[in-house]
Design a protein around this ligand. Sequence first.
Ligand code: ATP
Length: 301
Amino acid sequence: MSLIKCHQLSRRYGSKLALDNIELDLAAGRPIALVGPNGAGKTTLFSLLLGYIHPSAGSIEILGMLPGDKELRNQIGALPQDAQLDPDFSLLQQLTLFAELRGMSPKAAKREAERVLSLVQLSDAQQYKPSALSHGMSKRVAIAQAFIGSPKLILLDEPTAGIDPANARIIREIISQQANDTTFVVSSHNLDELERLCDRVVYLEQGQLKQQVSLGEVNSISHYYTLQLQQADDARVQQAIASLEGVQKVNIASQHTFVIEYLPSATALDIALLNLCKQHGWHYRLLLNGRSLENTLFATS
Ligand SMILES: Nc1ncnc2c1ncn2[C@@H]1O[C@H](COP(=O)(O)OP(=O)(O)OP(=O)(O)O)[C@@H](O)[C@H]1O
């Protein structure tokens, strides 16, 4: 059964079409990245999935049910948008209360609060009050809240935005560790992070679904190298690489970064590329088999 299914889904705010005729069918599984420039419609899609707002046209189903369905209450979790914690209560007390609101008995709710705090590596902080938390820790508490009841689907809208690198790393670890039991949909503007976390990518632009990419597939069926040099005359490098046997096309993805498409029959092209660097005295920063998510989404061809 589909986890998320959208059919001809549109959402307007007045005259603004925030989502435009989206067709989407996502199965449960490894984390899904939701990507797009500012205003693309990512938050609108999350709000529709959570049942906070309704479609202007078309339909949306989660596990075959309509968003907002009571049955879905324990199947879907999300980072609360206005995560307000009461300053007078400890983390354990507040999360216990949230679990009770989900229908658990006081005893089960306390156990659940302890469990989710441990998932986000905050067991030692369970007696802290919100004022004692750093921004990164507060975000982890909000993620703990999303884990209450072990939902099948968790939506994380920019979970690491504005977070220091150490806490951002912990958040990525939490998502990876839990990804076998829960399907995450993660929106972020950090493509490197999404590439490390997610296997599938949904790309929105101006309310339209522009691309759906399965990252494993892209790099197993396509034939690309990415070469990044420290310094180079990019046009000359492009020409030199293009003349190597088996090379089909060379794109300059960004300054000193080349995405090289090659024929499946080409052999030892990596060695030929390294030899070319040596021959011309080019210092290379990176030689990668495949393309980065950024170069996949924004390929010029
Ligand atoms: N409540 C609202 N009223 C009017 N327009 C809105 C409302 N919410 C969103 N929009 C508009 O709908 C479009 C999609 O917004 P949305 O917040 O879903 O995009 P987003 O992809 O989440 O952007 P960002 O990356 O900046 O968070 C934008 O043009 C936005 O201005």
